[in-house]
Design a protein around this ligand. Structure first.
Ligand code: BTN
Length: 250
């Protein structure tokens, strides 16, 4: 066990409006449930050291041993003109930057919502919407050992520890994540994805890879400026997809 995500541990690392108020439970079902329908203002943050019913995308579970990872949800009130599916890329970029700041390695974004380090998934994003209020949940694998990582995942999981050999201060990582998320989100609020595109495009993990999208083979071309994924389905035909389960060949 390395540290904790209590308010006392995290407060010194909170530098902006994200993280205020800060709701901490030592254990809960899911940090998403601490915020959904809560009426809390933008930037409100819920964190825990253990989820008993952590939620992943597509109804999958998100599991991590107690006190091993960063498990956080942030309340967002995006303006009506913004395209909400883009928020997964916004959060993924923030998580990638926080990981890069801690490890000194380049992290990549696997469209639409995974963060990769050395070809392993180290963080995932879940955005849940209710009446244009979005709760963005971020799970970051930090100090798990190899045998503590889930095995039954479509994309092989890693943690910062398994990939670098070092343990990390989770409270500091969470502070860094919130600070970066606030800055990137504010950029998106004002200018949309176009303003962030350079940073996202530079970390595009799938670009040029052989993939399957919902079971159909293709080659990933690139993340587009509007947040969709352009794929080459053969015979010089490209398509832009909004969502889907993308698997890649190793
Ligand atoms: C995925 O890759 O499937 C998304 C995983 C998102 C997990 C995080 S952990 C914090 C927040 N609470 C949850 O129950 N899920 C998200």
């Amino acid at each position: 066990m390395t540290g904790s995500l209590t308010f006392e541990a995290v407060a010194q690392h909170i530098r902006g409006r994200f993280g205020k108020p800060y709701v901490y439970e030592p254990e809960c079902e899911s940090t998403q449930l601490l915020l959904l329908g809560s009426g809390l203002p933008e930037g409100a943050t819920a964190a825990t050291d253990h989820q008993t019913s952590g939620r992943g995308r597509m109804g999958r579970p998100w599991t991590a041993p107690p006190a091993s990872s960063v498990l956080v949800s942030v309340m967002l009130h995006p303006p009506p003109e913004r395209h909400l599916p883009e928020l997964s890329l916004v959060a993924a970029l923030a998580a990638a930057e926080a990981i890069e700041g801690a490890t000194g390695l380049t992290a990549q974004i696997k469209w639409p919502n995974d963060v990769m380090l050395n070809r392993r998934k180290v963080a995932g994003i879940l955005s849940e919407l209710s009446e244009r209020v979005v709760v963005v949940g971020i799970g970051m694998n930090v100090n798990q050992t190899l045998d503590e990582l889930p095995r039954d995942t479509s994309t092989e999981a890693g943690s910062l520890r398994t990939l670098t050999g070092c343990s990390y201060d989770r409270a500091m990582l969470l502070g860094s994540l919130l600070f970066r998320l606030e800055r990137i989100y504010d950029g998106w609020r004002h200018g949309g994805l176009a303003d962030l595109y350079g940073e996202i495009g530079a970390r595009d993990f799938l670009r040029g890879r052989r993939i399957t999208v919902d079971g159909k083979a293709a080659t990933a071309s690139q993340i587009l400026r509007d947040g969709r994924l352009e794929i080459d389905v053969g015979s010089h035909e490209t398509r832009a997809i909004e969502s889907g389960e993308v698997l890649f060949a190793r």
